[in-house]
Design a protein around this ligand. Sequence first.
Ligand SMILES: Nc1ncnc2c1ncn2[C@@H]1O[C@H](COP(=O)(O)OP(=O)(O)OP(=O)(O)O)[C@@H](O)[C@H]1O
Ligand SMILES: [Mg+2]
Length: 283
Amino acid sequence: MAIVEFKNFSWNYSGYRSKVLRNINLSINKGEFFGIIGGVGSGRTTFCSAIMGLVPHLYPGNIDGELIVDGLNTEKSSMSDLSTRVGLIMQSPDTQLTGAGMNVEEELSFGLENLGTPRKEMIKRVKKMIKLIGLESFKYRNPFELSGGQQQKVAIASVLIMQPEILVLDEPTAQLDPLGTTLVFNLIKKLARKGITIILNTQKIDYLAEFADRVAILNDNEIRKVGKTREVLTDINLLKKNRIISSDFTQLSNELINRKLYKGALCMTLNDAKEMISKVKRG
Ligand SMILES: Nc1ncnc2c1ncn2[C@@H]1O[C@H](COP(=O)(O)OP(=O)(O)OP(=O)(O)O)[C@@H](O)[C@H]1O
Ligand SMILES: [Mg+2]
């Protein structure tokens, strides 16, 4: 069942010379882990903002077509209605923290307090969330004193605690080091298993290769391809045409095929590569 539906959707920022999203037709299913990849400045952040309703409610501009999110037409619905269904995580971890609380527990309580959630329910949800994100030993720490990866986990938790149906992540690890990146991707993987719809824009295609159900290429303001993760990420020519670098595993397997050292399919993940190497060794 589709939970996000772009129907011939186009978007023009006021005063900007051309459309930043052009004729987007795309359905994302409930519970799906959906990846977005594409070139620099191709409109991927705008795509994420549109699902949250920042486009058109925060940024002025013009929509053609429509975008339906969990039954709501984003143009006709309010941001507050949309925010009960969608949570958005952005690149920079610290700017997403409210600073309203002295510690992680208080930071997580903030949104629920604003909604007037009963205290007992709030304590229960905060406790559950701290366990889910694995920050038990940090719950009394000031969120601003945590590492980037830990801060991003707190930011994700503060969105999740509002129980959105859909989690949109716009390059959530772009500013994190490899350890922080792994922390955040492990958390996203855990969430995907719980059945939340995840829409993830990232340049880190190795992680999408491991987790995503489907991937879309958004380039030069248009959707160039939507397909099963393996179909998209092992299509070297398609990726090249869209200025996306294929994974090291795919490149390695392609090289071995070209040199006639390997006869199987192109690799996408580390596991694929391990299997390929044992086949090559066996001759
Ligand atoms: N608030 C805005 N007002 C006007 N133009 C904007 C606004 N936000 C983005 N743009 C323009 O829209 C285009 C697409 O930007 P967007 O941030 O959506 O792309 P992106 O694919 O996320 O890029 P990046 O690779 O830098 O993350 C850019 O040319 C940008 O200048
Ligand atoms: Mg962006």
